[in-house]
Ligand binder design. Structure first.
Ligand code: 6PG
Length: 471
């Protein structure tokens, strides 16, 4: 029987799990891993360092020091429940189970209740950064019981990405907040990725640029305000050749977007909470439209549009497009943060938005230079109504909106769809409009359904007899 000597255990030895264990071992922790798939256990057993690769879940559990600290890194959904069903009979009171996958936040609440019934702790920990992040330092978004978090804090802080000396992990609060914050992270990720795809479309089809030229433009954008992981990898993608054909890999990739669900959940929950995040909604929709490839190919023979050309001086136009991208990035983050602000009230998360901006500065997929500006904005005013009204951010969006309008107008004329960049501008224009035409909608509701309305000139609830005779 295995001696209980290991500090931390991980179930789910995919690339991420394996890499996270190697990262922990690098930091001097004694760790154990287990997977139902013995091939994966073998891979771990062949890694260097003091890592125990357990062949049975019993050996794995017995190898851990108490209170046991066990992280699951398995695909979100039913598999988490299956693993828990195997694990729970083997663990003891006070043991800490962590779910590091992209689990739906309401599933985490259910699992927390179940675990607490048996005296175990269950933390939902959003982890971002992919396989590379797990190996070199991810950003982690933990939520659940504070005392349990404090027991795993040293190890999480040691392996997390660092900005300066600060680890990209912080306790976010009780319940499912860790998974919720990770869900919104992914929603923002969908938005930013779609914005970059739209900028690519403008450069490729609108301006007729080559892949090399587009790669150079993204490289240049990554130097300054737009500096971010997603812009960086986008620039790199344009330089990769397919070994077999010698063509650019990008040109060979089928234009059908796939998704695992976190973007959709963000939109669904934002609708429930009543917070507008149109850029994220449209990013989900852009993937959905793209999935109908066959239909689009057929429709392209039937439905007509203008010539997809933007006849402008390339160099000057790329600058405008960069500003439109910067504008859209800022507005997308603002929507995501706004959702977190309101969800925090709805779900009683008591979330510290400065803390969220802080741990998103490094390690995660949406890490970007501008996150430091957001952190400062929330440090200055923790109750900021919206990131866009912070003086520094307002200055940037006010300055870049003009170029955003130009790019959208030219793309509309050229028949190039910019759903997310367009949604950013519409959100901005709606949000900065003191009087929207919603008075008419309210009047219509009252007309056909006596739904009543409020007035500008006096308090109360009103109804008008709109004149049935005239209908
Ligand atoms: C991360 C990523 C990660 C994953 C996405 C992909 O933060 O490391 O967001 O969680 O790559 O879930 O999501 P889709 O498959 O839905 O694009």
């Amino acid at each position: 029987m295995q001696e209980p000597i290991y500090d931390f255990g991980l179930i789910g030895l995919g690339t991420m799990g394996n890499n996270l264990l190697l990262n922990m071992a690098d930091h001097g922790f004694e760790v154990a891993g287990y997977d139902k798939d013995l091939e994966k256990v073998k891979v771990l057993a062949n890694e260097k360092g003091d890592i125990y690769a357990a062949e049975t879940i019993e050996d794995f559990v017995n190898s851990l020091e108490k209170p046991r600290k066990i992280m699951l890194l398995v695909p979100a959904g039913k598999i988490v429940d299956y693993v828990l069903a195997d694990l729970l009979p083997l663990v003891d009171e006070g043991d800490i189970i962590m779910d590091g996958g992209n689990s739906y936040f309401k599933d985490t609440e259910r699992r927390q209740t179940e675990c607490e019934k048996h005296g175990h702790y269950f933390l939902g920990i959003g982890i971002s950064g992919g396989a590379e992040g797990a190996r070199r330092g991810p950003s982690m978004m933990p939520g659940g019981n504070k005392k349990a978090y404090d027991k795993v804090k040293p190890i999480l802080e040691a392996v997390a990405a660092k900005v300066g000396k600060q680890p990209c992990v912080t306790y976010l609060g009780e319940g499912s907040v860790g998974n919720y914050v990770k869900m919104v992270h992914n929603g923002i990720e969908y938005g930013l990725m779609q914005i970059l795809a739209e900028a690519y479309d403008v450069m490729k089809r609108g301006l007729g640029m080559t892949n090399d030229e587009i790669g150079d433009a993204f490289t240049d954008w990554n130097e300054k305000e737009l500096q971010s992981f997603l812009v960086e990898i986008t620039a790199r993608i344009f330089r990769v050749e397919d070994q077999e054909t010698g063509k650019d890999v990008l040109d060979l990739i089928l234009d059908k977007g796939k998704q695992k669900g976190t973007g959709k959940w963000t939109s669904q929950d934002a609708l429930d909470v009543g917070v507008p995040i149109p850029t994220i909604d449209l990013a989900v929709i852009a993937r959905a439209i793209s999935a109908f490839k066959q239909d689009r190919v057929a429709a392209s023979e039937i439905l007509t549009g203008p010539e997809t050309v933007i006849k402008k001086d390339k160099k000057a136009y790329i600058r405008r497009l960069k500003n439109a991208t910067l504008f859209s990035f800022l507005v997308t983050y603002a929507q995501g943060m706004d959702l977190l602000k309101h969800a925090s009230v709805e779900y009683k998360y008591n979330l510290d938005l400065e803390g969220v901006a802080k741990i998103w500065r490094g390690g995660c997929i949406i890490r970007a230079k501008m996150l430091e500006d957001f952190r400062r904005a929330y440090k200055k005013d923790a109750d900021l109504a919206n990131l866009l009204v912070d003086a520094g951010i307002a200055k940037k969006v006010n300055k870049t909106q003009k170029d955003t309008r130009t790019v959208i107008a030219d793309s509309v004329k050229a028949g190039i769809p910019l759903p997310c960049i367009g949604a950013c501008l519409a959100y901005f224009d709606s949000y900065r409009t003191a009087r929207l035409p919603m008075n008419l909608t309210q009047a219509q509701r009252d007309f056909f359904g006596s739904h009543t309305y409020e007035r500008l000139d006096k308090e109360g609830i009103f109804h008008t007899e709109w004149g049935e005779k005239n209908v």
